[in-house]
Design a protein around this ligand. Structure first.
Ligand code: ZN
Length: 316
């Protein structure tokens, strides 16, 4: 029973139209689902990912309209690290982001760092793994430069020892390098979570802040994980049906909210892969109120207005 690295990452936006623009037009991700927050259907839950909506590249945002930028603190993920294919891709992104007015920093070693318009930090690094590249098609982003999925996340822990212990002893992670960085690798793929010393200021969950990070499992293994977490006396959500996957939520000792999410059924549960993200998806219990719900939502730009991916599908 091993976890397939990061399945998805969920964050908060106060500006859904700006969020769609940044992640689809600027970063070249595909909108793979547009649905509502099940607890508050007047706001969106937006999903971005690769062309086929595979686990490992899925970044989601809960919309809190008008929310001010938050601040990551102890117990929160503060940076999302993406893979790209080569050093040329780093140069491509440094130039593309700069042209968009985004401040770019070349990080230690070979990386590109920037933040989204609400302050959520990203870093691009050249992939050192053999995992399949999870890329989306975009008219202005050549396939060889596209983002390839998650390499890892960096978080602030207020109990680094406890964070390490849970990852190594409960979740099957392996420490890599000489920092607090832990690799979770399963049969399909892998990625890591690293912990940095927490800032003194308390964090604030709001726009531009990560809400939780999910690691990949399967329908076959999820019951085993639920049992293992219960045996370790870690409080958890128990089984949750998230429509696109099945989940278990629990908080690690350093404060970060973890989710384990299954491969199944995946985003094509709503229809063919070509149509992902094109229509508003509602859970069955909200379907009878579709018209009223749709009328109250923030109007969003169409991320693929005026173009369509090649019918052959250039991605692997
Ligand atoms: Zn989630």
């Amino acid at each position: 029973m091993r976890l397939d690295g990061i399945h998805h990452i969920s964050a908060i936006t106060g500006d859904a139209p700006g969020n769609v623009d940044f992640y689809t037009r600027v970063l070249g991700l595909r909108m793979i689902a547009k649905t509502v927050n099940q607890d508050d259907p007047s706001v969106y839950h937006l999903f971005y990912g690769d062309e086929h909506a595979r686990p490992g590249a899925d970044l989601t945002f809960f919309e809190y309209p008008g929310a001010v930028p938050g601040r990551p603190g102890a117990g929160m993920v503060h940076r999302i690290v993406w893979r790209v294919g080569c050093a040329d891709a780093l140069a491509f992104w440094a130039s593309r982001l700069t042209d968009e007015g985004v401040t770019v920093t070349r990080g230690d070693g070979d990386s590109v760092r920037f933040a989204d318009p609400e302050g959520l930090e990203h870093e691009l690094v050249v992939s050192s793994s053999n995992d399949p590249a999870l890329i989306a098609e975009h008219p202005d982003v050549p396939a060889e430069h596209a983002l390839q999925g998650f390499e890892g996340v960096r978080a602030y822990s207020h109990r680094p020892d406890g964070s390490a212990r849970m990852l190594e002893q409960l979740m099957g992670a392996e420490r890599i390098g000489d920092e607090d960085r832990f690799q979770l690798r399963g049969e399909r793929r892998g990625s890591w979570i690293a912990f940095d010393p927490a800032p003194e200021n308390r964090g604030r969950q709001s726009a531009g802040v990560v809400h939780h990070v999910a690691f990949g499992t399967t329908d076959e293994d999820l019951p085993g994980w639920i049992e293992r977490v219960a045996e370790a006396r870690v409080p958890s959500s128990g089984f949750v049906d998230r429509h696109y996957f099945h989940s278990l939520y629990f908080r690690e000792p350093g404060g970060v909210l973890y989710e384990l999410a299954t491969l199944e059924p995946g985003f094509t549960v709503d229809g063919p892969v070509e149509e992902l993200g094109t229509t508003l998806i509602l859970p069955p219990f909200l379907e009878p109120r579709r018209e009223q719900i749709a009328a109250r939502l923030t109007p969003l730009p169409d991320p693929r207005a005026g173009w369509a991916p090649a019918p052959s599908g250039a991605t692997s």
